[in-house]
Write a protein that binds this ligand. Structure first.
Ligand code: ADP
Ligand code: ADP
Length: 232
């Protein structure tokens, strides 16, 4: 089991209010699964994704990532594990506008202390794989939204992460570009990647292998999805 989460609790405290964002949530994810997390706004989806991605820590419960308990990890330990294992794709792409496509994709490799020759090889390979090699020298704002999200997926993938986390990856895209990005994620899933995606779109969720619905910080339903959308 890649992820084993049990009774996860996350409480946000401000001076006046206390919000229970995750209320003893339990979830297991196997290597190679493609999971969609759905649910109304405010139900705890982003909180869950952020904790799975080790951007944030819970207040209670257990989180085993590849058999390692990480709930009591400090910031530095989480950051190290995150950089080595997890690729992120966001709704707003989060590319650096001042860097070229090539440089954006190269950045996580620099953070992981990969040497120049290997960086070049890996970036070149991933550019081909996501179909944007001809745009390597362009800047993000010279690309369409769909192309920018392909760059973001390439950046998430270039370190060969064990896990890809996508938070509303098609949220800012028109339906054609959104579909292209979902097809790309489906191809990654088909070649063995493990993906967890938060989405509001029932259409996008059909590309995944299991659909999870969260309500008030708890999982209220899980269903295997055998009616996958055919990729053209
Ligand atoms: P979703 O992604 O499903 O919209 P979130 O995980 O963002 O839900 O939020 C879950 C709950 O926690 C909401 O009630 C939200 O207002 C609250 N919340 C999220 N982040 C914070 C924060 N940094 N401080 C206080 N409350 C927060
Ligand atoms: P460090 O501070 O140890 O250098 P960071 O936390 O800055 O590491 O970044 C590690 C990875 O996590 C990067 O890929 C970055 O994009 C992502 N990341 C960090 N913080 C956030 C955040 N608040 N929201 C989304 N992604 C984040």
């Amino acid at each position: 089991m890649m992820i084993k989460i049990k009774d996860l609790v996350k409480i946000y405290r401000t001076e006046e209010v206390e919000t229970t964002a995750l209320n003893k949530l339990s979830l297991e994810v196997k290597k190679g699964e493609f999971i969609s997390i759905m649910g109304a706004s405010g139900c705890g989806k982003s909180t869950l994704l952020n904790i799975i991605g080790m951007l944030d820590a819970p207040n209670g419960g257990s989180y085993l990532f590849d058999e390692t308990e990480v709930v009591n990890f400090n910031e530095k330990q989480r950051s190290n594990l995150r950089k080595a294992n997890i690729g992120f794709v966001f709704q707003n792409f989060n590319l650096i506008d001042e860097l070229t496509v090539y440089e954006n994709i190269e950045l996580p490799l620099i953070y992981n202390n990969i040497k120049l020759v290997e960086r070049k090889q890996r970036v070149t390979e991933i550019l081909e794989r996501v179909g944007i090699a001809h745009r390597a020298k362009h800047f993000p704002l010279q690309l369409s939204g769909g192309q920018q999200q392909r760059v973001a997926v390439a950046r998430a993938l270039v370190t060969n992460p064990k896990l890809i986390l996508a938070d509303e990856p098609t949220g800012n895209l028109d339906s054609k570009s959104g579909n292209d990005v979902m097809e790309l994620l489906t191809e990654l899933h088909a070649t063995g990647s493990t993906i967890i995606m938060v989405t509001h779109s029932p259409y996008d969720a059909q590309f995944s292998s299991r659909i999870i619905t969260v309500k008030d910080g708890e999982i209220i339903s899980q269903k295997e999805n055998n009616h996958k959308v055919d990729v053209l």
